[in-house]
Write a protein that binds this ligand. Structure first.
Ligand SMILES: *Cc1c(COP(=O)(O)O)cnc(C)c1O
Length: 393
C-alpha cells in the first residue's frame, strides 16, 4: 500500500508536514529522497518516467512545489534558486514595453531589479503609495500589465489592501503578484484575496533556518502555473534538488516557528514602544499602527518583522548593535535566530539617498527579525543595550 495523502480537506499544519513528501516508490521512505540526477533515462522512444532533465522537472523539487501550492491555496508552484529568481521569472511573463505599478518601499533587491535592470530591457515602472488604492488606480496606463504588491512592506511594514488592489486590477485586466515573504502562507494567503500570483523568498520563513537561499512562485490557475513553469525552465531559474529538500524540511515546522516568532516580535514591539530613546515603532500589531485594522482583516497574525526609529540617528544605531549580544548584525530575516540591521547602509543601500528619503527610510531606522529564542532573553538583551546607550556608555 503506497502512501498518498489527499491534501484538500486537511488543515494547514497537517499540509505543512505531509504535502508532496511521499516520493519513494522503492523503499517507502517517510522523508522525500534527494534525487540529484541531472538526467533520467527513457524507457523507450518518447517514453519517460515523467522526468527527463532536472532543470525542467525533478522529483525532490516536485515534492516542495506540491507542498507550497497547497499552503498558498494555488493551482501549482515552481521552486526556483532565489527569491530574486522568482521575481525575475514573473517579470519575464510580461510582453516587451509593458508597464508595471509597484510600491516605493519594497525589498531592496526588487527595487534594484525594477529601477536599474529591467528598464534597460524595455519595461517601465511607476512606484506609488500602495496604501492608497486610488493612487494605484490612477497609475494604471493602457500598457500596464502587472501590479506588484509587497505587504507588509520592507522595511516600514506599511500595508496594502490586497482585496481592494486585486479587485481594481481585475476590472482593468491587469495581472497581480504579491510578495508574501514577510508573513508566509501561515499568516497571509494573497491568492484567496484575489491575487493571480504569489512569490516567496523561501530563504526566509519557509525554510526558516538561514541555511539556504531559494524562491518560489505560486499560481492561482493551472494555466498560469504552466506558463510560469515553462518560463522558469526556459530561463534556467529552477532550484537544485538539495535546496528543495532543505526548504521542504523547513516548511514542516512553519506554524510552530511562526507562533514563536510572532510572540517575540510582539514583546519587543511593546518594550520599544515604551522606551524614551525610540521615536517610533513600525509593527502592525500595535494598535496605533496605521495598518492595524487592515492587518486584522487580511492577515492571520501580525508577523515577526518590525522596525523602529532610534533617537540619535546612525551613530546611535551602530552603538545599539555593538551592545546587543543575542541579535546578529546581519541582513536577511525569517530564521530561527534574531537579526538586526540598518536599512540605509545594508538591505536598502541600492536605493539612492533621495529614493530612501522618498520611501521614508531614514538613518536612524533599525529593522529587527525576531527569532524563536526565549522571549524574556530577547527583551532583556534589547533593554540592556538601550540602557547602555541611555547612560552614555
Ligand atoms: C529576501 C527577500 C527577497 C529576495 O530573496 P532572495 O532569496 O534573497 O533572492 C524578495 N522579497 C523579500 C520581501 C525578501 O525579504
Amino acid at each position: 500500500m503506497k502512501r498518498d495523502i489527499p491534501l484538500d480537506h486537511l488543515q494547514f499544519a497537517t499540509r505543512c508536514v505531509h504535502g508532496g513528501v511521499y516520493k519513494d516508490p522503492l523503499y517507502n521512505s517517510v522523508v522525500t529522497p534527494i534525487y540529484p540526477s541531472s538526467t533520467f533515462y527513457f524507457e523507450g522512444p518518447r517514453q519517460t518516467s515523467g522526468y527527463d532533465y532536472s532543470r525542467t522537472k525533478n522529483p525532490t523539487r516536485d515534492a516542495l512545489e506540491e507542498n507550497l501550492a497547497s499552503l498558498e491555496g494555488g493551482a501549482g508552484a515552481t521552486a526556483v534558486a532565489t527569491g530574486m529568481a522568482a521575481i525575475t521569472t514573473v517579470l519575464h511573463l510580461l510582453p516587451a514595453g509593458a508597464h508595471v505599478v509597484s510600491g516605493a518601499d519594497i525589498y531592496g533587491g526588487t527595487y534594484r531589479l525594477f529601477a536599474n535592470v529591467l528598464p534597460a530591457r524595455g519595461l517601465r515602472f511607476s512606484m506609488v503609495d500602495m496604501g492608497d488604492p486610488a493612487a494605484v488606480a490612477a497609475a494604471i496606463e493602457p500598457d500596464t500589465a502587472l501590479i506588484w504588491i509587497e505587504t507588509p512592506s520592507n522595511p516600514l511594514l506599511r500595508l496594502t489592501d490586497i482585496r481592494a488592489v486585486c479587485a481594481l486590477a481585475r476590472e482593468r485586466g491587469v495581472l497581480t503578484c504579491a510578495d508574501n515573504t514577510f508573513l508566509s502562507p501561515y499568516l497571509q494567503r494573497p491568492l484567496e484575496m484575489g491575487a493571480d500570483l504569489v512569490v516567496h523568498s523561501t530563504t526566509k520563513y519557509l525554510n526558516g533556518h538561514s541555511d539556504v537561499v531559494g524562491g518560489a512562485i505560486v499560481s492561482g490557475t493551472r494555466e498560469l502555473a504552466e506558463k510560469v513553469a515553462a518560463t522558469a525552465n526556459a530561463l534556467g531559474t529552477t532550484c537544485s534538488p538539495f535546496d528543495a529538500w532543505l526548504v521542504l524540511r523547513g516548511v514542516k515546522t512553519l506554524p510552530l516557528r511562526m507562533q514563536a516568532h510572532e510572540k517575540n516580535a510582539a514583546a519587543l514591539a511593546q518594550l520599544l514602544d515604551a522606551h524614551p530613546l525610540v521615536e517610533r515603532v513600525y509593527y502592525p500589531g500595535l494598535s496605533q499602527h496605521p495598518g492595524h485594522e487592515l492587518a486584522r482583516r487580511q492577515q492571520h497574525g501580525f508577523g515577526a518583522m518590525l522596525s523602529f526609529e532610534l533617537a540619535g540617528g546612525e551613530a546611535a544605531v551602530f552603538r545599539l548593535v555593538e551592545r546587543l549580544k543575542l541579535y546578529a548584525f546581519a541582513e536577511s530575516l525569517g530564521g530561527v535566530e534574531s537579526l538586526i540591521e540598518h536599512p540605509t547602509s545594508m538591505s536598502h543601500a541600492a536605493m539612492t539617498p533621495q529614493a530612501q528619503a522618498d520611501a521614508g527610510i531614514g538613518p536612524g531606522l533599525v529593522r529587527v527579525s525576531a527569532g524563536i529564542e526565549d522571549t524574556q532573553d530577547l527583551v532583556d538583551d534589547m533593554a540592556q543595550a538601550l540602557a547602555a546607550i541611555e547612560s552614555g556608555d
